[in-house]
Each structure stands twice: as structure tokens, then as C-alpha cells.
Write a protein that binds this ligand. Structure first.
Ligand code: ATP
Length: 503
């Protein structure tokens, strides 16, 4: 190979959505019935990638920290949970309808999009002023003021192109259903809108059974449900999605340090996974929940702009105190550590909480957007020069759905049997596949498209000296290697350690 020149482009959202479907990552839900808005299914490659991301988060929380333990709480919870947490009364988004198109929008999203437009045009101060004013109006719940702001900003419905708006109203996002055999004898319960409350109500169960002392954390991965008004941008905003949340319980007064600690730790984690620093940013909340001391989003630059993938929230003792009040069960912790100011133990208190909350699906989408690339490669010189393009997923090997694909060069001469031997030697530890069909170039292409980091070619030389060619997805370079070294070589590259050692 001489003078390889290469240009790389990233994908648009439309390209990523179609790639995700074609190569078995994400399908629209119940597609044969024309789908269900804002609900999606993960395909054979998608479920592997998503499980790897979840495992990576789970281990980074519960394996790298002795003082973080996990739980798996039920989706259904006692209805009072949601009264206590404030979701029954306050978990709503401000919505506005356009009277001509009959389309419903989130008022805050319309304003945020306007601000993003200003930002794109270099009018940074104007964008900031708009967001600050929106934050102020939402904090004082001046919905008429929010409507006026939409009118003043001359925001039009993208469909009808008119500014014929209804008033702004609050819309509760929780889904409800009934428990009990018949409707009359049943009571209304909710599908949890966040996993956090399953952690709060188990605070003392976990603290005692896992013999944890403050500061400690409880981690959970699970489904959450929100009746989102605006269902757009693929799996970015879904009505059924998965959260990975960790509540870290701390002594009151220390929450500021822990907030900083988790803010930085979580950002490093995203970078270690391969989201570049330049495409990540912190965004402090303009509108703080009344109980919150501080809140920041980690945003990733999707093809449709910088958007939240994770929230870090300093939640004070709000949730535990609320549950204490409604359940009439004390949520106190006795802290034996000596307070240097008094010379006595800190004693009884309701701990403060710092929360990290990341959406598995948004992380998946960010990972996919980051990995998806189209390369134009120019090889050779003079008349020999050729230009070709290839699409590939540059996934971190630790999260790739398939770690290695084994290709017997031809379907005869004992090569398939040799390939199978290699497969048997690797399959206990890695997700590997054997592919015999098509020319080898085509087989490389198929693996590039799903992000397989290594392709192992078995040829006639393999039968003589037990070596194979390992082809690397990103560089397309090929290395000859003894079969006996494959396990160690792949194992090193795909280990979560490669990510953890960067934290
Ligand atoms: P947004 O402002 O985008 O609606 P949020 O601030 O309401 O998000 P949180 O309540 O902080 O989100 O939830 C924590 C995380 O859960 C988010 O950072 C996001 O990754 C994920 N998440 C929230 N809502 C959805 C959704 N509808 N679809 C997919 N993921 C979601």
C-alpha cells in the first residue's frame, strides 16, 4: 500500500437510523403495524451493544467502588411513592398546541431550539438571554409569560408555519394503569417514570443488609416510562426507555464535594468510552427543582446538536424526608464518625443525595453516532490509483457486538474445520462468529458495518504453521499471528480494563 489518503465523514441522523435498522441494531416497535411512536426494539447487534454498555456502567459503579452496591427494584411501586416524590403533582412539561396544524409541542423545547438557532448564527448572548428568561418564567410558573415569549420570538409551527398558539398548559408525563382483577376493585398505579425512587424506598434495607456506611451509593439499571409530548430524534426521546441511576448518600454539608467528584468521574467515563472531549460539555440547569442544590447535564454533540445524555443532581434530603413523612417510617442514619468540632459522633440524620442518571438508550445513540463513519480511501499511485469508500462503526472493542469474525479463505481443504477449531477455542470468553460465505473482501465489509474490531483469516499457511492473519477494522492493517496468541491478543483489546484504566 502506498500513499493511502483518507477522509472521514460522520453520519447524519437519517443515515444512522437507517444503518441501525439495516444491520440489526434498532427497529421501530411493532413495525408490521406501522410502528408505535417513540417506542423501539433492539435487534441482535443492538442488544449486544446495549448490554455491553450497561455492563460497563454497572461494573464502573459496583465493581470499581466498594461503597456502591446494586439493586433491581420492580417497575410498579406503591402509589404513595409518586405522591412523596412530587411526580403526581409536579412531573409535567409545559405544552402548547398549534391551532392550525393541531400539533402539540413542548414550550421549553420550542424556545431551546430558537436559542440553538441563535447560537449557531454566532449570537451567543442573545441565546443566553433567551434561555435565562425561559428559566426565570418556568421557575415562577408564569405560563402566560412563556407563551408571550414564544410569540415575541416569532416562533412558528414547523408544519403549519403559523403562530396561532393555544395557551401553555402543564401535562403530566406518568403512565397509569390498574392493579386488581376488575376495574372497580382496583387501584390506580403508575409505571415508574424514573428508577431513582426504587432506590430511595430501599435505602435502609440496602444500608443494613449490605452493611454500608455513609458515604455510599446504590446503583440500578431499569426501564422507565414517560408519556413524552414530543417524540422525535429516534431513540433520544422514547416513551419506554432504560435508565442507569446511582444515588450516593452523603453526610449533609459534604454534598458539594461529592457533586464535584461525580460530575468529573462521570465525564471521564464517557471520554474513556470514546466520546471525544470536544463533543462533550457540561450544561448547568437554568431551572432548579425546588429541592435541588445544584444540577448539571453532561451533553454530547449529536448530529442534531448538543443534547443531554446524563444528569448529575445534588438532591439534598428531599426524597428521603418526603418518604419519611408519607410512610411514617424513619429514614435516619446513625453516623458514628467523630465530628472534630464537637468531639462527638455526627449522630442521627437523614442523608443528602447526589445522583448520577444516564439513559442507556441515549448513551447507545451517542456511541452509535460517534462510531458511524464513512471513509474515502485513495490507494496506489498513477494509473494504479483507486478511490473507494467504506462505512464502518469504530466502536470501542470492549462494547462491539462481535469481537472477532473467523473466515476460512475457501470452503474446502480443511480450512472450515480449522476455523471451527479456533472458534471453539475462543467462544467461551468472546462473542465470535465464523463466516464462510462470499469473497473475503465482502466479509470484511460486513464486519466493518457492525463494528467488529478483528477479522481472522484462515488460509493454507495456517494448516502448515498454525498462524492466521488478523485484520484490524480501523487501520485495515493485517498482522500474521500464531493461533495460540489469539486469545490473549483479543482478550487484551476487548477487556473493560482498557476503559477502566483511563478513569
Ligand atoms: P430531558 O430534559 O431531555 O427530557 P430529563 O432532564 O427529563 O431529560 P432526567 O429526568 O434527568 O431527564 O433523566 C435522566 C436521564 O434519563 C437523561 O439524561 C436521559 O439520558 C434519560 N432520559 C430521560 N428521558 C428520556 C426519554 N424520554 N427517552 C430516553 N432517555 C431518556
Amino acid at each position: 500500500m502506498s500513499n493511502p489518503a483518507q477522509t472521514t465523514t460522520e453520519g447524519t441522523l437519517a443515515e444512522i437510523v437507517s444503518h441501525a435498522k439495516e444491520y440489526g441494531f434498532v427497529f421501530p416497535s411493532s413495525e408490521i403495524y406501522d410502528g408505535l411512536a417513540a417506542v423501539y426494539d433492539y435487534g441482535p447487534n443492538g442488544v449486544e451493544l446495549k448490554n455491553n454498555l450497561k455492563q460497563l456502567w454497572w461494573k464502573a459503579m459496583t465493581q470499581l467502588n466498594q461503597n456502591v452496591v446494586g439493586i433491581d427494584a420492580a417497575i410498579f411501586m406503591h402509589p404513595l411513592t409518586w405522591k412523596a416524590s412530587g411526580h403526581v403533582d409536579g412531573f409535567s412539561d409545559p405544552m402548547i398546541d398549534n391551532l392550525d396544524s393541531k400539533k402539540r409541542y413542548r414550550a421549553d423545547v420550542l424556545l431551546e431550539e430558537k436559542a440553538a438557532e441563535y447560537e449557531k448564527n454566532g449570537e451567543i448572548a442573545r441565546a443566553e438571554t433567551l434561555l435565562a428568561e425561559m428559566g426565570r418564567l418556568l421557575t415562577i410558573e408564569d405560563l402566560a409569560g412563556v407563551k408571550q415569549l414564544i410569540i415575541d420570538e416569532k416562533i412558528l409551527c414547523p408544519i403549519s408555519k403559523t403562530g396561532n398558539w393555544t395557551d401553555v398548559r402543564q401535562f403530566n408525563l406518568m403512565f397509569s394503569t390498574q392493579v386488581g382483577a376488575v376495574a372497580e376493585g382496583s387501584s390506580q398505579i403508575y409505571l415508574r417514570p424514573e428508577t431513582a425512587q426504587g432506590i430511595f424506598v430501599n435505602f435502609l434495607n440496602v444500608q443494613k443488609s449490605a452493611r454500608q456506611q455513609v458515604p455510599f451509593g446504590i446503583a440500578q439499571i431499569g426501564k422507565a416510562f414517560r408519556n413524552e409530548i414530543v417524540a422525535r430524534q429516534f431513540i433520544f426521546r422514547m416513551r419506554e426507555f432504560e435508565q442507569m441511576e446511582m444515588q450516593f448518600f452523603v453526610r449533609p454539608g459534604t454534598e458539594g464535594e461529592w457533586y464535584q467528584h461525580w460530575k468529573e468521574t462521570r465525564r471521564r467515563w464517557h471520554e474513556a468510552l470514546g466520546l471525544p472531549a470536544a463533543k462533550l460539555r457540561f450544561h448547568d440547569h437554568d431551572k432548579l427543582a425546588h429541592y435541588a442544590k445544584a444540577a448539571v447535564d453532561i451533553e454530547y454533540e449529536f448530529p442534531f446538536g448538543f443534547k443531554e445524555i446524563e444528569g448529575i443532581h445534588s438532591r439534598s434530603d428531599f426524597d428521603l424526608t418526603q418518604h419519611q413523612a408519607l410512610s411514617r417510617k424513619k429514614q435516619n442514619y446513625f453516623d458514628n464518625d467523630i465530628n472534630p468540632e464537637t468531639g462527638k459522633p455526627y449522630g442521627n440524620y437523614v442523608p443528602f443525595v447526589v445522583e448520577t442518571s444516564v439513559g442507556a438508550d441515549r448513551l447507545f445513540l451517542a456511541t452509535l453516532c460517534q462510531a458511524f463513519q464513512e471513509e474515502t480511501i485513495t490507494e496506489g499511485e498513477g494509473e494504479e490509483q483507486k478511490t473507494k469508500t467504506r462505512k464502518l462503526l469504530r466502536l470501542h472493542p470492549a462494547v462491539a457486538p462481535v469481537k472477532a469474525a473467523i473466515f476460512p479463505l475457501v470452503k474446502k481443504d480443511g480450512l472450515p474445520e480449522k476455523a471451527n477449531e479456533i472458534y471453539q477455542a475462543l467462544r467461551h470468553d468472546f462473542r465470535v462468529i465464523v463466516e464462510e460465505k462470499d469473497a473475503i473482501g465482502k466479509r470484511y465489509t460486513r464486519q466493518d458495518l457492525i463494528g467488529t474490531p478483528f477479522c481472522i483469516a484462515v488460509d493454507h499457511q495456517t494448516l502448515e504453521d498454525n498462524t492466521v492473519t488478523v485484520r484490524h477494522r480501523d487501520s485495515r492493517e493485517q498482522t500474521r499471528m500464531p493461533i495460540s496468541e489469539l486469545h490473549g491478543y483479543i482478550g487484551h483489546a476487548v477487556s473493560f480494563s482498557r476503559i477502566f484504566e483511563q478513569l
